[in-house]
Design a protein. Structure first.
Length: 212
């Protein structure tokens, strides 16, 4: 199994967490999104993933992009360690929470959007960072409300799920942009707890070989 990844990509970070939680070994192949004008734009990588995004999972002859689809694939292909609750309604809630991050927050703040703001639109760094923090704060208000039944260890229940795989990278990026987490005690508590676990620590950007 191979995972084409970038150490700071929150989407790739999600998949690294899931692989670790499931104790699955994958060969990580770095795709640097900044160096050489972005290695994701190379002809070789475009053949693998026409969207020119990371992550991409390759297993035998099977290729799959989109982090949430990869999580679903891993869940079905490797069910020994589950990352979705057994209850149908709880599974739906976990998916909804995960999609609130992957669809409502992340697309507005990913690298290519930020590059477009500072490039063609000539937005200043201060304005770009204000843009980032605005959409994160709006999204985190929703997430904090959805976590009202959380025990503060994980998003849903006593075990990590897709929701935690998505939340931790988003919080990591928010902190990089100096988002104040004071208003989000549940989010902060879950982030702190998950980062005491090896599966999360080993998936973190600074733990990746290319971060050195």
């Amino acid at each position: 199994m191979q995972l084409y990844t970038y150490f700071r990509s929150s989407a790739a970070y999600r998949v690294r967490i899931a692989l670790n939680l499931k104790s699955l070994n994958a060969n990580y192949i770095p795709v640097h999104l900044v160096n050489n004008s972005g290695e994701q734009h190379s002809d070789a990588y475009k053949t693998l993933n026409p969207s020119e995004l990371v992550p991409t999972l390759v297993e035998d002859e099977f290729q799959l992009s989109q982090s949430l689809s990869i999580l679903e694939y891993l869940e079905e292909q490797y069910p020994d360690t589950v990352l979705l609750p057994q209850n149908v309604q709880q599974r739906a809630l976990v998916r909804a929470f995960s999609l609130a991050i992957a669809c409502d927050i992340h697309p507005l703040n990913n690298l290519r959007v930020l590059q477009y703001l500072s490039g063609p639109l000539q937005v200043s760094d201060e304005q770009k960072n204000t843009w980032y923090r605005h959409w994160v704060a709006l999204g985190f208000q929703t997430l904090e409300a959805l976590l009202h039944n959380s025990n503060g260890r994980f998003c849903f229940g006593d075990q990590p799920t897709f929701a935690d795989c998505c939340l931790i990278p988003q919080v990591y990026n928010a902190l990089r942009f100096n988002v104040d987490l004071t208003a989000y005690p549940k989010i902060s508590s879950i982030y702190q707890h998950c980062n005491t676990l090896e599966a999360f620590k080993n998936a973190a950007p600074e733990a990746q070989q290319e971060a050195a």
